[in-house]
Design a protein around this ligand. Structure first.
Ligand SMILES: C[S@@+](CC[C@H](N)C(=O)[O-])C[C@H]1O[C@@H](n2cnc3c(N)ncnc32)[C@H](O)[C@@H]1O
Length: 213
């Protein structure tokens, strides 16, 4: 694995990537009370680089989701993949790193889905939702000098709906941070479908009809 991209980037960004072995050794230090905690625990990487920690966290989450839900219906599997993804957050000051992190996680989710359910089997809105979650959760920002300029979306689950609350990163050290905004609960696939409409990104799946049940 390449640990530096250039000497200039090491000087300007302190950019030295962590090897997979060290990433996994560090993640192993985080205790889980029960196996399903890996799906629901929230992880935040405040200097995420090109996503070396984020991708391993995602792999661990997806491994548990696959164990429990890969043989369920497409929509149930998608819901739990999305739910796991909503719990992964990253910040980096360098936009290129943020784009690379998002792309790596997108590819991982899609490859996992394709392996278990087949390419193009996803529901309309699912990959749009993946794009949406990655855009809200992995963001460009200065986590040291300007945490007040960074916003994150917290996703809470209500049946097959997500309730989204916007929080300022600077407030997250408070015991009970106050949300800046709370959006109405929406079906998880509707969020993805609407995001596709807004951005013009379209992912055509076989299950292209808007049947969200
Ligand atoms: C040592 S690298 C670590 C990258 C990744 N965590 C890893 O272990 O592979 C440091 C990263 O921090 C980012 N960075 C530097 N200053 C930052 C700041 N004030 N806020 C957010 N990110 C920053 C750099 O762009 C770089 O990607």
């Amino acid at each position: 694995m390449v640990q530096i991209k250039s000497k200039d980037r090491v000087r300007d960004l302190a950019e030295v990537y962590t090897n997979e072995r060290e990433v996994n050794a560090m993640l192993d230090l985080i205790p889980l009370k029960k196996p399903d905690d890996i799906i629901t625990y929230r992880y935040l990487e405040p200097a995420c680089g090109n996503g070396n920690f984020l991708i391993e966290i995602l792999r661990r989450k997806l491994a548990r989701v696959n164990e429990k839900y890969a043989d369920k219906s497409v929509k149930e599997y998608e819901f739990y993949i999305a739910r796991a993804l909503t719990t992964i957050y990253g910040i980096d000051i360098c936009p290129e790193n943020v784009s690379e992190s998002r792309a790596r996680l997108f590819t991982e989710v899609k490859a996992t889905f394709d392996t278990h359910k087949g390419s193009f089997e996803y529901s309309q809105g699912f990959l749009g939702l993946v794009d949406y979650i990655l855009a809200t959760n992995i963001v460009v920002g200065d986590s040291i000098n300007a945490p007040e300029k960074i916003n994150f979306v917290e996703f809470k689950i209500s049946h097959r709906k997500f309730i989204r609350s916007v929080f300022c990163f600077a407030d997250l050290t408070q015991k009970k941070p106050k949300a800046k905004k709370v959006l109405d609960a929406e079906h998880f696939l509707t969020i993805g479908f609407e995001y596709e409409q807004q951005t013009g990104i379209r992912h055509e799946g076989k299950q292209g009809h808007l049947n969200f049940i």
